[in-house]
Design a protein around this ligand. Structure first.
Ligand SMILES: [Zn+2]
Length: 113
């Protein structure tokens, strides 16, 4: 994967995280902050803190999704992103774009289920 592709996936993961935050944002202030959130803006650190606070309320399936996003972000930063945890081969980019949190290629995923 090249830098552009990695940057793209990093953005997709961040968007998925923000999307989850939107589902649990409760106050107008929280919603306004999320709406104004622009990646790379100077206020991003503050916003990240707020998003983390909002996301800490997640439970069940949404909490699981958030954990998967965080794990994928960690793999991305560690440089181990995109390898299938079943067979070790690279997961096709199209699959990662559709599902950035994927841990397995399609055949291995089918075996898991
Ligand atoms: Zn595999």
């Amino acid at each position: 994967m090249n830098r552009d592709e990695l940057g793209d996936l990093r953005r997709l993961l961040r968007e998925a995280r923000d999307q989850l935050a939107r589902t649990v944002a409760r106050t107008n202030e929280e919603l306004a902050t999320l709406k104004a959130h622009q990646p790379g803006a100077p206020a991003e650190a503050v916003t990240t803190e707020l998003v983390a606070a909002i996301l800490s309320r997640l439970e069940g399936q949404e909490k699981h999704e958030l954990d998967e996003i965080a794990a994928a972000q960690a793999r991305l930063e560690a440089g181990t992103f995109g390898g299938c945890e079943g067979c070790g081969r690279p997961i096709p980019l199209a699959r990662l774009r559709a599902l950035p949190t994927a841990r397995y290629c399609v055949p291995c995923q089918a075996r898991q289920e």
